[in-house]
Unconditional design. Structure first.
Length: 204
């Protein structure tokens, strides 16, 4: 979409989809993307030692380059949500990228191996998913997420419709929105899907 390409040679990368049938309101289901990011970050650290940051809301970065992307798809019916699919792609043990994305893409080492990463990811996702469906918000994860959030306390670009403004990032709230402020200290909340957030001088 948006003219972007997707490149993945056969190899060690990880691609998986998690099918869920949660008893949630559609607006709450969007937070599952952030739950997925937390689970991936925990699994990568546990199995490879790498400490990834989260680029709100759906990418993970290592050394300021993207190593993982997460997309969530939802289907609804007359009775609410039919299903939610959390799709996760992780670059593993990859050294070469197409020229157009080489400046922003990277990879994690395979560490204990793909199977160990996947097992750890599913364990952490299930654990966090249980807490999330109990509270139906991100209150149990605010500290953990904001510790891992790239750009927190720094100026970022908020991009929408080809135009951008500069704001300071302050972390997420219980609903998964990004809290930012302008130069006068006026706060606003950025909703996932409406805009793109980038660093001032690069991807993060």
């Amino acid at each position: 979409r948006r003219g972007r390409t997707w490149d993945s040679p056969k190899g060690d990368n990880i691609y998986l989809s998690i099918l869920l049938r949660p008893e949630l309101e559609p607006v709450e289901a969007s937070m599952l993307t952030l739950i997925g990011a937390l689970a991936v970050a925990a699994a990568v650290e546990e199995t490879t030692g790498a400490q990834c940051q989260i680029k709100w809301p759906n990418d993970l970065v290592l050394d300021s380059k993207k190593v993982c992307g997460i997309l969530t798809e939802m289907s609804t019916g007359t009775n609410g949500i039919d299903y939610v699919i959390v799709g996760i792609g992780i670059n593993v043990n990859r050294n070469v990228f197409p020229e157009e994305i080489a400046h922003m893409a990277s990879s994690i080492d395979k560490g204990q191996g793909r199977e160990a990463i996947i097992a750890s990811l599913l364990f952490h996702f299930e654990e966090k998913y249980a807490a999330f469906t109990k509270y139906k918000n991100l209150s149990p994860f605010l500290k953990e997420y904001n510790v891992r959030l790239a750009g927190i306390g720094q100026q970022v670009q908020i991009l929408s419709g080809g135009e951008g403004v500069i704001r300071t990032s302050h972390g997420i709230d219980e609903g998964g929105a990004l809290i930012v402020s302008d130069e006068n200290g006026n706060e606003e909340k950025i909703i996932s899907g409406e805009v793109s957030v980038r660093g001032l001088y690069g991807y993060v």
